[in-house]
Write a protein that binds this ligand. Structure first.
Ligand SMILES: [Zn+2]
Ligand SMILES: [Zn+2]
Length: 479
């Protein structure tokens, strides 16, 4: 039996633009247009688009249908996209096509398989490169630490764990011979006991240039200028120095890079801030170590002149009192996660699912195990230090604790009560537990401020997803 070759028509010289149309792009696809053109004459439903030949094969229901179409287009030339095409009988065969739905599923499965294996390959390559990078990063970390602390001497007779763990009752070693007598300065703690990170943990790309952060920086600068504060500032900032930059850009505030202190315990960020200098003067260490170091008599602990590049950072001629204190405690390890990226952007799913990225966000209750990182103890230190100018602006950004983490408002209140030397007049834990973190923080600031003879006025607060920001104006009761 002869194959039904006479039913097939070949359309050639199809315009390239016509062949480019893809499903879902608004334009009908070549297959749809060709089907519509053949349908009136008796189209069998079998069609092949030969992209490389810029042609198509159409199988008609019968030889008569093929002839009818040929006859019609002999009079009315067939054209697509404004260009005439050639229609002629063909002896070729249209290869049967798998059912389109089945094909879509198969294509999708194949794509998923390809993407997954590509990701696995990239991950293996990245793992090898990361190992090299980790080594380099660690070497750079040690080099920065070495330069920053080369000539420093540290307190060796103090039982540091006792002060680090003050929130949990202090030293638990029986017969500990080291000194438990305070107060101590965290800048005098040997660096190996302190917190330093060798990689950046601040979500630079996500948060520092975000509209939220810009709004907070604008509000901070506006309040500082309106409140006519002094030019010395301390900012807990990201590697781009966004907040420091905003403060430095304000003409009304009239501050200078050497008066804007940026403590940071990430060595790469510290080095980066030192390189650019547009983000103020970096200090290697936590905010707590920085505050403690301001009046530390030990050589170099205030780090005013030490720069990552070994240069000099100018002099500390202006008043040592702070006009602006801005602490953004929200840092978060952002790991470039290929699997997560694929899941989000391509809607492709991995088995097992990728683990969530590690979080390192500081909530109001951070630092229970390490006082050096406790926002509450930073506030206690700040107000107790007499480092605040007679007029000052204070801004605090904190993460909300994760849903599965506990809240410890009573511990915050107890720490504040101990600092101001008054019993906690709280209406009990039950009442405190009902308070929001913002309210607990606000209560702590107003109590600490009042105890240091400051009037505090909460002048702005931001409520973001996952974080909140509060800004206060402070002035001495007489000022
Ligand atoms: Zn001890
Ligand atoms: Zn010190």
């Amino acid at each position: 039996m002869a194959p039904p070759t006479t039913h097939v028509l070949r359309v050639s010289r199809l315009p390239a633009a016509f062949l480019r149309a893809r499903p879902g792009e608004g334009q009908p696809t070549p297959r749809e247009v060709l089907t519509a053109a053949a349908a009136p004459f008796g189209f069998s439903g079998e069609l092949a688009v030969l992209h490389s030949a810029r042609a198509a094969l159409i199988e008609m229901e019968s030889a008569a249908a093929a002839e009818a179409m040929l006859a019609h287009h002999a009079e009315v030339p067939l054209s697509f996209g404004g260009r005439a095409v050639v229609l002629e009988p063909s002896t070729e065969r249209v290869q049967p096509r798998p059912h389109s739905e089945h094909s879509a599923a198969a294509v999708r499965a194949e794509c998923e398989r390809c993407v997954c294996s590509l990701v696995a390959q990239l991950e293996r390559r990245e793992e090898r490169e990361n190992a090299v990078r980790r080594k380099q990063r660690h070497a750079a970390h040690l080099a920065v630490m070495g330069r920053a602390f080369a000539s420093h001497s540290f307190e060796k007779s103090v039982c540091w764990p006792h002060f680090q763990r003050a929130g949990l009752g202090g030293c638990d070693r029986s017969g500990c011979k080291l000194s438990h007598a305070g107060p101590v300065r965290f800048c005098c703690m040997p660096p190996r006991l302190r917190t330093f990170h060798e990689r950046e943990t601040y979500p630079y790309a996500h948060r520092e240039s975000s509209a939220q952060k810009l709004a907070v920086n604008a509000a901070l600068t506006r309040h500082a200028a309106a409140h006519r504060v002094g030019p010395r500032c301390v900012v807990l900032d990201g590697p781009g120095g966004g907040t420091a930059r905003a403060l430095l850009a304000s003409e009304e505030l009239g501050t200078r890079a050497e008066l804007v202190h940026s403590p940071n315990f990430c060595t790469p960020t510290y080095a980066e801030l030192g390189r650019t200098a547009s983000g103020g003067t970096p200090f290697l260490g936590s905010l707590r170590a920085f505050l403690d170091s301001r009046r530390c008599p030990r050589e170099g602990h205030a780090q005013p002149r030490v720069q990552p590049n070994g240069g000099s950072a100018g002099v500390l001629a202006a008043s040592p009192l702070f006009g602006v204190v801005s602490a953004d405690y929200c840092c978060r390890c952002v790991r470039r996660d290929l699997r997560r990226l694929c899941e989000e952007s391509l809607n492709i799913h991995f088995h097992p699912p990728p683990p969530p990225p590690p979080l390192l966000r500081r909530s109001l209750y951070a630092g229970r195990h390490d006082v050096e990182l406790s926002p509450v103890h930073d506030l206690i230190t700040l107000f107790g230090s007499q480092l605040l100018g007679p007029r000052a602006v204070l801004a605090i950004t904190l993460a909300r604790p994760d849903a599965d983490k506990g809240r410890f408002p009573h511990e915050v209140r107890a720490a504040v009560a101990a600092a101001v030397g008054e019993p906690d007049a709280a209406s009990g834990d039950a009442a405190a537990a009902g308070e929001t973190d913002a309210a607990v923080l606000c209560g702590a600031v107003s109590r600490l401020a009042a105890h240091s003879n400051f009037r505090s006025e909460l002048c702005e607060s931001f409520d973001f997803e996952g974080t909140f920001v509060q800004i206060w104006r402070l002035h001495t009761a007489g000022g």
